[in-house]
Ligand binder design. Sequence first.
Ligand code: ATP
Length: 144
Amino acid sequence: MEREFSAGGVLVKSIRGRPMVAAIRPRGRPEGVWALPKGNLDPGERPDETALREVFEETGVSGRLVEKLGDVKYTYTRRDGVRVFKIVSFYLLRAGRGRIGDIEERMRIEVDEARWLPLDDAPRLLAYGGEREMVQKAHDRFGS
Ligand code: ATP
């Protein structure tokens, strides 16, 4: 089985006192699939650097690293029929500059929409179990 390694971010921000998380609708997935921004590591890049870069590229908002939240693991079948075992490291990030959805034209190949979701609702709205666990962790930290 092939292996893939990616990193992503749980980018949080308070909007009018309400904790929010940045989510994307990845292009080419069924309607209503919300996911966390993530992507493959570039050569020589640390996973936390990848998370910050991918979050900025896919959402238009920059982040500051808070801490690692954990790894999400899954297997999927690639278009060529090869099975892939994938690990995605997720980091808790505090939102800095940038307006959500303000992304480069080339990123629209990967992203249909980027939006703030209420952190309270995100564990229910995200499509993938592993990502739901990551936002749940961020939710638990936000309260403390
Ligand atoms: P990356 O964003 O890391 O560059 P990608 O867009 O090439 O990756 P994935 O997002 O890993 O690829 O999607 C590959 C397949 O795995 C898709 O069929 C997707 O639905 C599925 N998938 C994505 N994330 C998860 C997850 N957390 N749990 C289970 N399946 C997932």
